[in-house]
Write a protein that binds this ligand. Structure first.
Ligand SMILES: Nc1ncnc2c1ncn2[C@@H]1O[C@H](COP(=O)(O)OP(=O)(O)OP(=O)(O)O)[C@@H](O)[C@H]1O
Ligand SMILES: [Mg+2]
Length: 261
């Protein structure tokens, strides 16, 4: 039996008159690396924003690990193990790679001034645990040479690795990756792909990844969900997706529109 970790049921999001996500239903299988593709503007990022608590839905529901999480704020989902990365990396550019990772775990005692004054030992101990966890993550992602580099100085691809690293600082169950491979050079894309597969195999992370690069998707994902106009057009293995008439048509239709202006 393949169990779902996430169920999206008849989910919609309207921006004024525009239905960015429209009566969308899908399931993500626990333990899978599921791909999401679709033409520009087909609602992929909006879907992630709705699932991960970055936007409120207009209607429908989201079930995560058998719990209704519809419109739950992102910090609550974070503590339940549902994390996402952003299409544009969200690093703290003035902090080092190490510091960016160390600040991920929520509810750190040191953030409370009273704790810092009254329980300095506990704060220090927590910080040490965080620091060694951050070094583990840095090691895992082959970023050792960059641990003290300002995150703002990283290349686009290295920032994407750091985004992935942030999801490793807590016990994630489901990670939503929004174009984590976009703008990443070939060799770094291999590292990124390998890190994702390793997290999936060794730490049982389930991934759902939006990508435009069909080669990357084919290598990484099963199944692949195709979105068009805010809902699911097709779902299947990548080979099936590539030869599906509805899918081909939706991409062609889209490129005609963008060629026209
Ligand atoms: N905050 C917003 N306000 C108004 N319209 C929005 C907003 N966010 C997205 N949209 C619109 O919703 C539609 C879906 O956008 P979305 O970003 O989800 O698409 P996408 O599939 O992620 O596209 P891309 O592949 O280009 O990243 C688009 O028409 C977009 O212009
Ligand atoms: Mg997007």
């Amino acid at each position: 039996m393949s169990e779902s970790i996430l169920k999206v049921e008849n989910l919609s999001k309207y921006f004024g008159g525009l239905a960015a996500v429209s009566n969308c239903s899908l399931k993500i299988k626990k333990g899978s690396i599921t791909g999401i593709i679709g033409p520009n503007g087909s609602g992929k990022t909006t879907l992630f924003n709705l699932i991960a608590g970055n936007l409120k839905s207009s209607q429908g529901s989201v079930i995560f690990d058998n719990e209704n999480i519809t419109d739950m704020p992102s910090y609550e989902l974070f503590s339940k193990g549902l994390l996402r990365t952003f299409q544009i990396a969200h690093e703290f550019s003035n902090l080092s790679v190490l510091e960016n990772l160390m600040m991920v775990p929520p509810d750190q005692s040191g953030e409370n001034l009273l704790n810092a004054l009254l329980k300095p030992g506990r704060v220090k101990q927590e910080e040490e645990v965080n620091r060694s966890k951050a070094y583990e993550v840095i090691e895992f992602l082959n970023l050792n040479h960059l641990s003290n580099e300002r995150a703002g100085n990283l290349s686009g691809g290295q920032k994407k690795l750091l985004e992935l690293g942030r999801t490793m600082m807590v016990d994630a169950k489901l990670v939503l990756l929004d174009e984590v491979g976009a703008g990443v050079n070939r060799s770094l894309l291999k590292d990124l792909g390998a890190a994702i597969i390793k997290l999936n195999k060794e730490k049982n992370y389930t991934f759902c990844m939006i990508e435009h690069d069909m080669d990357f998707i084919s290598r990484m994902c099963d199944p692949v969900i195709v979105m068009a106009e805010g809902s699911v057009l097709f779902e299947g293995k990548s080979e099936e997706v590539k030869k599906n008439d509805k899918v081909i048509e939706s991409y062609l239709g889209n490129s005609k529109i963008s060629n026209g202006n």
